[in-house]
Every structure is written in structure tokens, then in C-alpha cells.
Ligand binder design. Structure first.
Ligand code: FAD
Length: 247
């Protein structure tokens, strides 16, 4: 059963930089007592307030979605990796400066997007915002699955070990201004009309990828687990208001 969405108070217990543009922040809090296990690759909404009591009844506070990298039930520790030093966002600036003892509120969790683990061919496209969504889903696949993983990052200093359960290789690619998701799909050896495709990245490029897969390659919506996680030039609120344009 999907857990009821609720607000939880959390405190930062440790931080470290996984790469030039990705900072790992580990949180704890008594409110994680009933946080569900097996949500790695799902998400929570991060609210930059020090206490949930500051949220008024019926209010929707400013929030951003972030992926659950790990949850340790026994220690009540929730790990999230934040993209930093790349854009000037409300949350990314907070993440780049945060230190042990800082407090936030979260809502959620929400589930992993990919829920079909019965196929034998999977093609993944992601960036630093979705490495843990990719990892959470890839770790659900059997080692016999045929898997191609393409991750687009700002610099070579952002390549790091994903620590996957099975030894699937990862194509780390430095992103440029091009339509890189669709370009990579065109080159994929694994893509046919039966391949399951997971993609989460910049909204305009995600739309281009969706159009290519459905219109030129004949994939059906049931095989596609595709989301725009952010939109170049728009804050999250502005992107949500225009989301229908990227379907
Ligand atoms: C389900 C889901 C899970 C997500 N998981 C993660 C995660 O684990 N880690 C993570 O870092 N992000 C994750 N994201 C993306 C994150 O929510 C957005 O990047 C969000 O906009 C960041 O908020 P902000 O306050 O930093 O910037 P905003 O205030 O939303 O935007 C400020 C400016 O920065 C630009 N911008 C926003 N994000 C990026 C980016 N990634 N690269 C370049 N420019 C950007 C915007 O276009 C805007 O111009 C996830 C999104 C979704 C939908």
C-alpha cells in the first residue's frame, strides 16, 4: 500500500561531495520511525523550513522533489544526493552550504517510476538529478537482464562509482548543448520496440526523446518510464505551470 504523505522533521548528520556537482547529505530524525523501506529510487519532497509546525493547515509550502538514494531503517538515516555548483536554485544553494545540525522538512515518500522488472531489455538515460532513480531501478533487475545505462553529467569530474548490485557497465557522458538523449537513443544497440526505457532529465530533451521513441521507433507508452525532472531556464514552479507543453 502506498504510504500516506506526511510532513517529517529531519536533521543533517553528515555530508560529503561525491563529485564536483553532487553532494551527499544524510539526514536523521525521530519522524523517520515509520518511513517505509524499499523506496530507494522513489522520491521525497524537500521543504526548506526548520520545523513542520511552521506549515499552516492546508498550505502547500515551496518544495522540490529529490530521490531517495538510501534509507537505513535501523539507524533511521535517509540519504539524498543534491546537485550543486551548477545552477543558482533555492535548494541547490541550500545544499551547497548546509552543515551538520541543519534542519529541513520532507513530505512523502512517492514510489519509483519504473515498476516493470519482468522484461529482459532495459535502456536507461539520466543525469546527476536522476542517478539514484536509475540506480534504484537497476538494482531491481536480475543479472541476466540486458541493460544499457547512459548518464549525462557536467564534467569528467562527475563520473563516480554507482555501486550497483550487479556489474552492469555505465556510459558516463559529458553533456553538451545538443539533443543528447535522443542522439544517444539513435546510437543504442539495445533499442527495439520491446525495450523498456527509463529516462529522467531536462524536460525539453525528454520530450524530444519521447517523440523519437514513439513516432520513429514505434515504442508504446507501457514501455516508457520517462519524466522531465527540471527545465532549463525555469524554476520548478514555472516548469510545473507549463508541464503540459512537454507531454
Ligand atoms: C521525482 C524527481 C526526483 C528528483 N531527484 C533529484 C535528486 O535526487 N537530486 C537533484 O539534484 N535533483 C533532483 N530532482 C530535480 C530537482 O527537483 C530540480 O532540479 C529542482 O528544480 C531543483 O530546485 P532548485 O531550488 O535548486 O532550483 P529551481 O529554483 O527550481 O531553479 C532555479 C534555476 O536553476 C535551473 N535548474 C534547476 N535544476 C537544474 C539542474 N539540475 N541543472 C541545471 N539547471 C537547473 C532552473 O532551470 C532555473 O533556471 C528531481 C526531480 C524530480 C521530479
Amino acid at each position: 500500500m502506498k504510504p500516506k504523505s506526511q510532513f517529517r522533521n529531519l536533521e543533517v548528520v553528515s555530508t560529503c561531495e561525491l563529485s564536483q556537482h553532487l553532494k551527499r547529505i544524510v539526514f536523521t530524525g525521530e519522524d523517520l520511525e515509520d518511513f517505509p523501506s524499499d523506496y530507494e529510487g522513489g522520491y521525497v519532497n524537500v521543504i526548506l523550513l526548520e520545523d513542520k509546525s511552521l506549515i499552516q493547515e492546508g498550505e502547500r509550502p515551496k518544495m522540490r522533489s529529490y530521490t531517495i538514494a538510501e534509507f537505513d531503517t535501523s539507524k533511521k538515516q535517509l540519504t539524498i544526493d543534491f546537485m550543486i555548483n551548477h545552477h543558482n536554485g533555492h535548494t541547490s544553494v541550500w545544499a551547497s552550504r548546509t552543515k551538520v545540525g541543519d534542519r529541513i522538512v520532507i513530505a512523502g515518500p512517492g514510489p519509483r517510476k519504473l515498476d516493470n522488472f519482468k522484461s529482459n531489455k532495459y535502456l536507461f538515460f539520466g543525469d546527476l538529478t536522476s542517478v539514484n532513480a536509475v540506480r534504484g531501478s537497476v538494482n531491481k533487475l536480475s543479472k541476466e537482464s540486458k541493460v544499457e545505462i547512459n548518464l549525462f553529467v557536467p564534467t569528467k569530474d562527475d563520473f563516480f562509482d554507482l555501486n550497483l548490485k550487479n556489474p552492469f557497465s555505465v556510459n558516463w557522458i559529458v553533456a553538451d548543448e545538443s539533443d543528447y538523449l535522443t542522439d544517444a537513443a539513435r546510437k543504442s544497440q539495445l533499442l527495439d520496440s520491446k525495450t523498456i526505457v527509463f529516462a529522467a532529465s531536462e524536460a525539453k530533451r525528454i520530450k524530444s526523446l519521447r517523440d523519437y521513441l514513439t513516432k520513429e521507433r514505434g515504442l508504446v507508452n507501457d514501455s516508457l518510464f520517462i519524466s522531465g525532472y527540471w527545465r532549463e531556464g525555469l524554476t520548478d514552479e514555472q516548469y510545473r505551470a507549463e508541464k503540459h507543453k512537454y507531454k
